[in-house]
Design a protein around this ligand. Structure first.
Ligand code: IMP
Length: 200
């Protein structure tokens, strides 16, 4: 019987993405959808690393199985790294992506073209029942646009210009985005740890 790994997320898009990435490993992937009574811990860390660890460690203690969690967001240099860990709720608690984007556009309105640098960051944490935690971070660099560009993706994608591709994140197909995304890059690092635990 293959070993079990819990991905501590309720986001089924992320689960599908991960299931594909770990398909070469000897594991059966569970998610929070398999634990209907699970109450997620509050993400009150000050960094992506802290939040990823809060989620992974809590899920590991709750289930007794190895648990993986991610945390991600947008960091804008001219805003001293904001929205950062507050990316999902930048425009207010339960804010829609449009509200977050409108707030970002307003705050960046007077920032000139040479100072609009930003990056997306993603951190994975893998927590094991023996107390060990493994981390991995991935980034994609770019700048904040002055107006919406493209209709693909989600969140801040329509306001993010990807330097290495010379186009907006929301102008990229999902396949193109997966090749360069912060989450994929973070995943590459954590795959090494997963491979040593779950190789066939
Ligand atoms: P979480 O890690 O799923 O909680 O994501 C935090 C927030 O960061 C999301 O709600 C988005 O606002 C933002 N974010 C994270 N990754 C992306 C991305 O790939 N594109 C656009 N926004 C993102």
């Amino acid at each position: 019987m293959s070993k079990q790994l819990l991905f501590a997320t309720g986001n089924q898009n992320k689960v599908r993405e991960l299931a594909d990435l770990v398909s070469s490993l000897d594991l059966s992937l569970l998610s929070l959808a398999d634990f209907p009574d699970y109450v997620s811990p509050s993400e009150d860390g000050e960094t992506f690393h802290e939040n990823a660890r809060i989620k992974a460690r809590y899920a590991c203690e709750y289930t007794g199985m190895p648990a993986l969690a991610d945390d991600s967001g947008l960091c804008v240099t001219a805003l001293n790294g904001a929205p950062g860990v507050f990316s999902a709720r930048f425009g207010g608690e339960n804010a829609a992506a449009e509200e977050n984007n409108e707030k970002l556009l307003k705050m960046m309105a007077d920032v000139d073209d040479d100072h609009r640098d930003a990056y997306f960051a993603a951190v994975f944490c893998l927590s094991l029942p023996d107390g060990r935690d493994f981390f991995s971070e991935g980034r994609v660099y770019g700048r904040i646009l002055r107006e919406y560009r493209g209709t693909n993706g989600f969140g801040y994608d329509p306001l993010f210009f990807v330097t290495e591709k010379g186009k907006g994140m929301a102008e990229m197909s999902l396949a193109e985005k997966i090749l360069i995304s912060h989450r994929s890059r973070a995943f590459e690092g954590i795959f090494t740890a997963l491979n040593s635990l779950f190789s066939k």
